[in-house]
Ligand binder design. Sequence first.
Ligand code: ADP
Ligand code: MG
Ligand code: MG
Length: 878
Amino acid sequence: MAKYVYDFTEGNRNLKDLLGGKGANLAEMTNLGLPVPHGFTITTDACRHYLAEGSVPEGLEREVDEHLRALESRMGRKLGQADDPLLVSVRSGAKFSMPGMMETVLNIGLNDESVHGLAKQSGGNERFAWDSYRRLIQMFGKTVLGIDGDLFERALDDLKGRRQDTDLDAGELQQLVETYKGIVREQTGKDFPADPREQMRLAVMAVFDSWNAPRAILYRRQERIPADLGTAVNIMAMVFGNYGDDSGTGVAFTRDPGSGQQGIYGDYLQNAQGEDVVAGIRNTIPLQDLEHLDKPSYDQLVGIMETLENHYRDLCDIEFTIERGKLWMLQTRVGKRTAAAAFCIATQLVDQGLITMDEAVTRVTGDQLAQLMFPRFDGGAEKKKIAKGMNASPGAAVGKAVFSSGRAVELAEQGEDVILVRRETNPDDLAGMIAARGILTSRGGKTSHAAVVARGMGKTCVCGAEELEVLTAERRFVAPGGVEVREGDVISIDGTTGEVFLGEVPVVDSAVVEYFEGAQEPADDLVKAVDRLMRHADAARRLGVRANADTPEDAARARRFGAEGIGLCRTEHMFLGERRRLVEDLVLAATDEERQAALDALEPLQKTDFIGIFRAMDGAPVTIRLIDPPLHEFLPDIVELSVKVATEEATDKDRRLLAAVKRLHEQNPMLGLRGVRLGLVIPGLFAMQVRAIAQAAAEVPGARPEIMIPLVAAVQELESVREEAVKILADAGAEALIGTMIETPRAALTAGQIAEAAEFFSFGTNDLTQMAWGFSRDDVESAFFSRYLDLGIFGVSPFETVDREGVGRLMEIAVREGRAARPDLHLGICGEHGGDPDSVHFCHEVGLDYVSCSPFRIPVARLEAGRAALAETDSDTR
Ligand code: ADP
Ligand code: MG
Ligand code: MG
């Protein structure tokens, strides 16, 4: 018999798959003996069943009833009992935290009778009882009944006028309840459901449904969270922060999520219920000030924070409520943090003896490292600072101010950089937040929605810039001194300092990049942490890391970034610019002599190119790919040429070129005369390149060339190129490995044969992905990939992350059969996937020898290769 409901005493932190993060951690805190209200969790299994079948699984209601009865007997009151009601919250909570993306309903169990019971229970606090009741109808109306939340907000605003919500008295709140009930009747044609158990049942289904709310779907896609996990539902006895000034609710971090510094970070709001803090209804006070309001609770909270840090051995974030001087823990999880904080915290925890260096490396990600390599504002540049808010999520962002999510999306689609400016954000702003370069709000602290979501996405954010008056409807904001910024005006925001500047501020390289460049000894804490973790990752990794670099400059940078060689040196740019003329001569050659003359002219130029690269790599291996693109790519554009030929000035050569361009035109150039096929069809072309390589190698002591043949599909193609190359190398007295790209499905499937003629393989996963899926990358990505992502055909573009099931399988076959035929076969990857964290892990798993990626991604690949060797990704830190 399936079990769908777990009491908090039955779960633990390892059951996130089943109980969701919130439920698993509530159970963990319960077991630690911390003050957590009693409750139970409905599993993600039940949710998945509900989403698939459209109804809850059989037996669920009965199981919920049993757990509810147990809860009632513990609490000594029944759900919604008229004279002394038990109230509960019904809370979403998936495996991966999705802050504010799904639904939660508080105060379930109130109705026209039990509201009086609640008042009595609270010692005659009528105001509190009616406030709780109006909150229930409002939340339930919006999330369960699907009523536009603004209707309730407006009714509340009308009633309070210029006062705060806490200024409303019991009579007014009772009147508000009547108004709200009217809204429900009007909008749904039915009365607000009075039966407490029915309220609960409907709320549970609404939470299940919220898994598929548009913003939740969007968030999952952005964060690469699988679409089929479902959410758990937590049902928990209510505790009340809205009793009066001796009560309140807050959020806290055990360390600064921005810098990693230890201390007391958080926000507290007196006389309020949970959702008020993040919603920015009233201004919160810093958590430190709680010490003066309620010292015993404050001390207890600080003690619990320490307990949680030591227990989870990581930064935790916390939701808590104080009910008339009694502290309750309502949530904890390993908290989101900025990239800089992640590196600092990981090494701090090592120094505190809480984790090992191995673990520390698994606590930081390549994506976080990439963020630290983003540019920052130029310290020396002239700037006009107009405000300062909180440094919620680091980075330097410049763009046009926009005041709505929709407008942000619109302008971003037109290729504009925008900064989304809001008073505060809410989950409906998600699309705009994704589209914007940065986010600026005038309200809310480091725990506000904007801050939490931006940090999660690695997006620059300044929040709570209270000096700014944001007039959303008028699409402008006003800064102190009357400075006005209208939609479309450019502003710059610094998420590291919280500063807001008028106009465009120039940006400079990050300190981390300077460190990688070798220009800087580890000086500040962050760079020191990066240095320690990178060294450890390098020591741990089994994968080598090489660079894709075509020029001596790129090669030199790659080397400084830690590349151990070049995994892909393309030769096509060596045919561009001035040298196009020589390619034209080659194409137009009418006789063998003319063709050879064109090749002879190219050879010394190529040789010089290779000498430059070999010198830059200073004895490290350099994999040179012989020319890959079709030759017509080097010729003038057919339309321009036709126009020219139609006019007088056209020369005889133009006419011959036009004829050649027409002759060489291909319907599908990606599958046409390119790669090894060129080498076989155009006599002398590959030989010229090989000779240039051989002579360059002979001139640079220690040079280690590896000659790589592109687009091979059959061993015979490779054999004939190889034979010629071996001879040329011998003649020049040079040595080089000869190998091939594996980028056609046939090459992967016949890798055993191909390995007979290849000393190395390098997976060209761009072409391999194109050919395995039958996708023409340039055509499909813009045309329909977003639809494919919507449909869940893939969770992430296969051009971004290696598609393990298909392309990955071809790679596995090639690795296995290639190595069987030639045990010392050297294996690498040089497609763009070589710098993608997930793909690096895959390359580690299938046993490649190295990955090769663009110079800027090299540190990322080094770190991820280390992480792959040390452990599986820790799901807590994603
Ligand atoms: P989210 O995932 O959006 O944070 P939560 O389920 O955590 O949603 O709930 C929203 C707010 O309600 C939080 O501030 C939480 O602390 C508060 N809350 C949830 N359950 C209770 C409860 N039983 N008693 C008091 N406050 C609660
Ligand atoms: Mg929460
Ligand atoms: Mg290719």
